[in-house]
Design a protein around this ligand. Sequence first.
Ligand code: AMP
Length: 399
Amino acid sequence: MKILVLNAGSSSLKYQLFNMESSSVLAKGTCERIGAGGTITHKKTGAEPLFEEIALNDHGVALARVLELLISAEYGVISSIDEIDAVGHRVAHGGEQLKKSTVVTESVIKYLETIVPINPLHGPPAIAGIKACMKLMPTVTQVTVFDTSFYSNIEDFRYVYPIPYEFYEKDRIRRYGFHGTSHRYVSAELAKCLGKPIEELKIITCHLGNGSSITAVDGGVAIDTSMGFTPQEGIAMGTRSGSIDPTVVTYLMKTKGYTAEEVEDILNKKSGLLGISGLSNDCRNVSEAAANGDERATLAIKILTNGIKKHIGAYAAEMNGLDAVVFTAGIGENQWNIREKVCRDMEYLGIEIDEDKNRNFTRGIPFDISKEGARVATWIIPTDEEYMIALDTQVLASK
Ligand code: AMP
């Protein structure tokens, strides 16, 4: 079975074509600057990448070009579009109703349109990507896989915010959680690595990238997570503040005359590692500056790692136990310095890592960094959200 996975952003469209029999990627790429010019980077596995500048007026035009490339003589990997058995769409937000991966129907699209107000950035491009596919590949099964659906079992006292209840009831303001596909994938992979049923494990998964979230997975079920109504809540990120006292927002508006959009821009794009360090949102650069003695970079790294530590402690308490901690995504997979700082002085919780293994880890594969005899297993597990989407799509398309 061949499955095309699409991830549409406001001006981008990422794609991967999987051969499910061999669990391999046949080709992948990214369309960027959609609506404002257009570029495509396309890579057939095992071949040199193609880069082209081409007018991409909307997601439909971008998808049409991607399909052309996939069947082209030089860069293609299939001879006809009919070889694509199903398409899996990454959709960030499934709202309260779309609780699991779903075959696309008119009513799914209608519901996604009703929740655009709570998903203004990712909703419209995702819907545009789905509609473009339905037009260009009308007979192919389309599946939507939601970042939020892994959190559909979180209990109300963990997702309702302590503000007037009508804001939840009428406006659907609540914790939704994000990165669920990644947390679901790495927690399942970890269970496989440990050779234990996931139902018996209490796992904390740390997805640390430019956007970061931490999830408590008890028996394979996400019971709490750090991101909330939007991906803004939780720990400090590349440019996002994470959780702060909400009064800071109104204080800034009142005393500095900022508009809502301006404060949003500050908290989303100018905060986090970038805001504190004043140098970069890239954790590699901030870590390097900290290692060279830069005070604000050092502070940024301390704020980040302490935030992760606090969530691990809180989630171990919520689960009343802890068997494993997983690090994943750009920072989690690659930056030993962050993992070392997070895991230091955590013996009380049972977390002890082997500093040598942590520093000399092997990239790109699941890697155990636990100290021998540690009560809690600590692993690096490379995430693969696209493959998880392809797996869900395969299951639903095979029905
Ligand atoms: P992500 O959002 O998952 O792509 O992660 C991006 C973050 O990972 C940035 O802060 C990078 O500094 C950090 N990072 C560190 N090492 C690497 C690496 N080798 N490749 C990609 N990202 C890295």
